[in-house]
Design a protein. Structure first.
Length: 494
């Protein structure tokens, strides 16, 4: 066995432990009975510790060193990715990892209960501890200019607090101005028919047909209903999604398309990279670029609904009273609201900006966790002109902080921007994309994405991949052009 094969053997032990933890966390949100919470926390803690010990062991270091001496160019790329993972793991004490695992597991269960009750205070003590852990993690990882740099770099290699602040800041006023103009001068769009007691399982079954038409391999994945929509990758042949129930049709429809974007990225990886460090999405922002593209750029487009709306009319007869154009306008209209995952495309980035500003303030000790609801409501009033009715539609709606995921939120907006840049490039190289979508023929689109994006896995850092695919670095202007053109037309503005 070659030195590199020995390295892959050790790496696949890590993959097996990571897959086990992932499956346990998926089960926790989909099927696990409430009584299993404490045992599940202990199981995840022990497996996470084992993975960390293997990753940071002297044996792993020696195996990496030995494999590096004779590695080919592709093998060197794999080793480079693994070295970054090892470097991060070595900088964080195992005690800190276990502490975060224990607190976040308990916090997640408390968060679910608090959300049901619309009552934030019991969660505050967990947030205080998790943001303290986030600051300690940043200190352990190290940073140049701002503690947040270390945390966002975990999710988006090479990004910084300054980049996040500049990128989100560039979108703030244009979004606020466009929303205000739509409210003041735009035509009124009736979307009330989209909110009703939808038959959730029926919608899910319909969406399984839709994502199959687009290209999701039903034999290599599954879709379930859970309180929080997410996607997890066990292997190329086992990609699991959940979709979020809601009284608005966008609940299951949009969240399914969103998670399908993640799932397609994982399913369309190179199969010969399975079990190597190159498998998987290169970063959260690039991953989000695909989920936000399929949810919004494609899934909230008129050609998409010209093809799929008859499917919905067959399942829900009252939709026969509406045309694809009327449904498209109602489904896509701009209207400030409380809930991030159910928001329109223009206000979405303002939801992210609010979370970014609040998590930085809490991590830096400028905002006490007990004061989060008031700070949250104040920013919603300032940026969106709405005031949450209770904490369940306010600061309790997301689970990221309960999981200890600090530094994650900006990648959603990054995904919006990168997604439009990639889509612009795709439409310049694939003939008549709107026409393809209009007749439900997605294969040429999937082929392009598989060649240009999905097939690269983790081969190159995210900033290099974006520039390689689009010819430019991430920037806000293409998304602003897209948003102005689309939503001015929908709302009848010049």
């Amino acid at each position: 066995m070659s030195a590199f094969d020995q390295l892959l053997t050790r790496y696949r032990d890590l993959c097996a432990l990571e897959a086990s933890v992932g499956l346990m966390n998926w089960d926790r949100q989909v099927f696990m009975p409430a009584g299993g919470a404490s045992a599940r926390t202990e199981h995840v803690r022990r497996l996470s510790r084992l993975r960390h010990e293997l990753l940071t062991s002297d044996e792993m270091a020696r195996t990496v060193e030995g494999a590096s001496r004779w590695a080919s160019e592709e093998e060197q790329a794999q080793i480079s990715v693994l070295k970054r993972d090892i470097e991060h793991a070595n900088r964080i004490p195992i005690e800190l990892i276990e502490r975060k695992s224990n607190v976040s597991s308990d916090a997640y269960d408390v968060c679910k209960k608090c959300r049901q009750d619309g009552n934030y205070p019991p969660l505050a003590q967990y947030y205080s501890e998790l943001f303290l852990i986030a600051r300690e993690t940043a200190e352990a990882l190290g940073y140049k200019d701002h503690p947040y740099d270390a945390l966002i770099d975990v999710y988006e290699q090479g990004s910084t607090h300054a980049e996040a602040a500049q990128t989100l800041g560039a979108l703030k006023q244009p979004a606020i101005d466009l929303v205000q103009e739509i409210q003041d001068k735009g035509k009124t769009i009736d979307s009330s028919f989209l909110e009703r007691r939808w038959e959730q399982e029926r919608l899910k079954s319909l969406m399984e047909r839709v994502i199959g038409q687009i290209g999701f391999n039903q034999e290599g994945g599954r879709l379930d209903i859970a309180a929080n929509a997410f996607c997890m990758h066990q292997s190329v042949g086992d990609v699991r999604m959940t979709t979020r129930p809601s009284n608005h049709i966008r609940g299951i429809v949009s969240s399914t398309l969103h998670e399908m974007g993640h799932a397609l990225y994982e399913q369309k990886q190179r199969p010969d990279w399975e079990g190597t460090p190159l498998i998987g999405g290169v970063s959260l922002a690039v991953h989000e670029s695909q989920s936000r593209t399929w949810e919004n750029v494609v899934g909230r487009s008129l050609p998409f609904w010209e093809f799929f709306f008859p499917w919905f009319q067959e399942e829900f007869s009252f939709l026969g009273d509406y045309s694809p154009e009327e449904f498209y306008e109602a489904y896509s209209k701009v209207e400030p609201g409380f809930i991030r995952v159910g928001s329109d495309e223009v206000t979405y980035n303002l939801h992210i900006l609010i979370r970014f500003e609040l998590e930085v303030a809490m991590m830096m000790g400028e905002l006490d966790a007990k004061d989060l609801p008031d700070a949250w409501d104040s920013k919603y009033g300032e940026y969106l002109g709405v005031y949450p009715l209770d904490d369940s539609v306010g600061c309790l709606q997301d689970v990221h902080w309960a999981r200890g995921s600090v530094g994650y939120f900006p990648t959603y907006t990054y995904g919006n921007l990168i997604g439009v840049q990639i889509w612009n490039k795709l439409t310049s190289e694939v003939s008549d994309v709107d026409g393809l979508v209009r007749v439900g023929h997605f294969r040429p689109i999937m082929d392009w994405l598989e060649e240009k994006v999905y097939g690269y896995g983790r081969l190159m850092p995210p900033k290099y991949l974006v520039e390689h695919v689009t010819g430019s670095t991430m920037n806000a202007q293409p998304w602003l052009d897209y948003a102005n053109k689309k939503f001015r037309a929908i709302h009848g503005l010049s």
